[in-house]
Design a protein around this ligand. Structure first.
Ligand code: GLU
Length: 464
């Protein structure tokens, strides 16, 4: 396809980047990448009360962490007020919009009266030019700008996810385009921006489906073509309710902190409401190659933290050991643990990467290789029996001189259990407890090898 594909992600900076937003961003981004187009980031900061710089930073961080790079932007709507004013003037000139001076109280009274009559509340067009001929606007009132919505006919589009949708104009009223303070409403800002930014495909959450006919009417009023629309179904929690904090972590950066890999979260989000055969574990490159809008499911997707954890495991175990070491080192540092004096971290990561779910767990597993461990009293009482201590003493002697490689280490363990008439776990488990504070570890010879002779002898001596 052509390079004219231009998509965007247009978050409102009123909170962190949540998984739903991230999935919308991913789909928009992937569609642009798939078709050699451009992906634009736009911050819709017109809600002056709820927008914050902290939230802008959180969104940019989240996007960067996920690796969803943008080609243009971030654009900020509050820096584009002059442009909205300019197009507002054009609409007024063309008879497509008009200034409305109705006060809040007046509109409230109108709604009340309509409700009392059992009608749907809607603006009655009282400031449409033909209704106010000869009337002077009230002094001192800053008007809002309203779209002159067509009274009849329909608005229709072929949604690239949901299929054909049609709404009667009679269902829509003259919506506000500019507030009295000159700040555009969401619907006006989004249309002007999508137009100016030459967006070809507007991919967004289906909570905006109701806005789309209004936006199409604004495009028409501006005499502009509309982009294609693709409305992605929302994400639900396990209880069928819309995903929210109640369902656990929903912030992208919370997953970062908890030790999820961006690749795994993206893989999970990609599969949430989109599929490619039975493929479950794939890379971002693979996703871009496969992605198309017609494979997006029409029904809502259910968020499943267990599946996300499972995918994280899959990506962890496939990850390069050195990369893992780079990611785990700062997590150890955050625990006050330096790695300089211990074994190579990549080696420890290799030992544990298929046994953990997150980088945090990997850091926990790696910690005993770099700091003293003090096994709990209960663990010691259970596993360090007199027979075990005796066997560990003998092992210590053998380990002083053995060649420090897995086959020789293995042989030493076998010799000791044979000499004392034990089964291997009766030596291996106490040894694990002494070395790591855990009764379970990867293969004991590999663990010994990674610890190195000095640390092993020192820890055995403490329990001798
Ligand atoms: N700012 C809107 C939101 O965050 C964007 C909707 C759209 O993509 O048009 O929901």
């Amino acid at each position: 396809m052509s390079a004219t594909v231009r998509t965007r992600f247009a978050p409102s900076p009123t909170g962190f980047l949540h998984v739903g937003g991230a999935r919308t961003a991913l789909f928009s981004w992937a569609y642009a990448r798939r078709h050699g187009g451009s992906f634009i980031l736009r911050i819709e900061d017109t809600d002056l009360e709820r927008s914050t710089q902290a939230s802008i930073d959180a969104i940019l961080n989240g996007m960067s962490w996920l690796g969803l790079d943008w080609d243009e932007g971030p654009y900020y709507q509050m820096q584009r007020l002059a442009r909205y004013a300019e197009l507002a003037q054009q609409l007024v000139r063309d008879g497509q919009a008009y200034w409305c001076y109705a006060s809040r109280e007046e509109l409230e009274a109108l709604r009340e009266a309509q409700r009392a009559r059992g009608e749907k509340p809607r603006y009655d067009g009282r400031w449409r030019p033909e209704n106010v001929r000869g009337r002077t606007p009230p002094a001192g009132v800053q008007p809002v700008l309203r779209l002159r919505n067509p009274d009849s006919g329909t608005v229709a589009w072929n949604d690239l996810v949901k299929g054909p949708i049609e709404i009667a104009n009679a269902e829509l009223d003259d919506l506000v385009l500019l507030r009295a303070d000159g700040v555009p409403t969401y619907n006006f800002g989004v249309v002007v921006d999508d137009l100016d930014m030459a967006i070809s495909h507007c991919i967004r959450g289906d909570d905006h489906v109701n806005n789309t006919p209004r936006q199409i009417n604004i495009y028409r009023a501006l005499g502009a073509p509309t982009p294609a629309f693709a409305h992605v179904p929302m994400i639900l929690g396990a209880d069928g309710e819309r995903l929210s904090k109640r369902h656990g972590a929903v912030s992208v950066m919370q997953y970062a902190e908890d030790g999820y890999l961006p690749e795994a979260l993206l893989n999970y989000l990609a599969r949430l409401g989109w599929s490619h055969g039975n493929d479950e574990v794939f890379s971002l490159e693979q996703f871009v190659e496969w992605f198309d809008l017609d494979r997006i499911s029409r029904s809502p997707a259910q968020f499943n933290p267990e599946k996300l954890a499972w995918l994280n495991q899959q990506h962890l175990r496939a990850r390069d050991d050195r990369l893992l070491a780079e990611e785990v080192a700062p997590r150890l540092a955050a625990r006050g643990i330096g790695i300089a004096a211990g074994p190579e971290l990549a080696r420890v990561a290799a030992l544990y990467k298929d046994r953990v779910t997150t980088l945090e767990e990997l850091a926990d597993a790696a910690a005993p290789f770099y700091v003293e461990v003090y096994p709990g009293a209960e663990l010691l009482a259970r596993h360090l029996t007199d027979a075990a201590r005796d066997a560990l003493r003998l092992l210590r002697e053998r380990l002083e001189t053995v060649v420090w490689e897995r086959p020789q280490l293995n042989q030493a363990l076998k010799d000791v259990v044979a000499a004392r008439g034990l089964k291997l776990p009766e030596l291996a488990i106490p040894l694990r407890v002494v070395l790591t504070g855990q009764a379970q570890t990867p293969s004991i010879d590999a663990v010994l090898e990674a610890f190195g002779r000095d640390t092993v002898l020192a820890r055995l001596a403490r329990h001798g």
